[in-house]
Design a binder for this molecule. Sequence first.
Ligand SMILES: Cc1cc2nc3c(=O)[nH]c(=O)nc-3n(C[C@H](O)[C@H](O)[C@H](O)COP(=O)(O)O)c2cc1C
Length: 368
Amino acid sequence: MKNTFGTAVSLTLFGESHGPAVGAVLDGLAPGLDVDEDYIAHKMDLRRAAGAISTGRREPDEVEILSGVFNGKTTGTPLCLAIRNRAQNSGDYADNYGLARPGHADYTGFVKYHGFEDHRGGGHFSGRLTAPVVAAGAILTAALEKRGVAIGSHILRCGGVSDRPFSAAGTELTNDLRRLNAMDFAVLDPDAGAAMKAAILKAAEEKDSVGGVMETAVTGLPAGLGEPWFDSVESLLSHLLFSVPAVKGVEFGDGFGFADLKGSKANDPFVTENGTIRTKTNRNGGVNGGITNGMPLLFRTAVKPTPSIFRKQETVDFLKNENAEIEMKGRHDPAVIHRARVVVDSLTALALADLLTVRYGTDALRGD
Ligand SMILES: Cc1cc2nc3c(=O)[nH]c(=O)nc-3n(C[C@H](O)[C@H](O)[C@H](O)COP(=O)(O)O)c2cc1C
């Protein structure tokens, strides 16, 4: 069982979807970081279900901080936060135990935990566990922002519709990130956003679901972050991103697109301007040899279609070892990508806070 990640700054997750609460412990934080409850609530809103394209399970998501904060600042000791589950409806799941929901962890969880798992609503595997990730991420994101590091993601593709890619760099990219952080459906082109929402609603009408690809950019990072081999920037980030339920692919820079490029196009030429070294293009996504090169960090995350769909599906009853059919009840999003993006931003903040603290020490995040 491993629910902790991080070397210098670590995050531990606990809880189940239909238990009393979900929560997190952040350890290794610098003392004196701002803990702004309004900012945390704003980030929680970005993850929360809203409107017709989201699940009917509407949780208030009030974050209760139990330790590690005094007078609105971190103390430097473990910060424990909890979010009570209030809108769970376990009746939706009671009749179906033993029927493996396709695309979910019911069968694998049963095999691993020998039937002792709290299976209700996906238990510990539920998307609900991303709520404390976002609460913890908000504290780290605020600290990084104060230090000049900005993180933002948009839905690059969803339901067969594409958004425009990020602006290359500089103030245009900073403006893109600023705008995205205020949006609950994060797209750079509003027309593409409207078409994506229509595709999500259409999938819901057809008792189906859609996935997509998210694109993330980070600006303001110093060159020199990353610990090769095994704690390279790409290794840490992909470890964290693949922990997010429904994430099935991660690529940095041109990623799989490198397969079709010649070296002469794949390399980013270096230049120095006014004493600052940068690259003219950024196909490598701001990372060389697992270490940041000072250019914006760029990566994409593929999110699968929501596994809970309301069609009849083939499955097994793993308690009886018999073939069966399942028709789901409950409340589910026809897409989760719009809610996953603040989770991706939060785990990006964890990876970067950890790498900065490993390199510069505990006080690196203080920004003063
Ligand atoms: C923010 C978020 C919310 C999610 N909500 C749902 C949901 O309402 N219904 C559902 O079937 N899956 C939902 N998921 C995805 C499942 O939790 C996930 O696909 C499942 O646990 C199996 O894990 P895997 O896809 O990583 O293999 C959500 C994921 C995230 C990131």
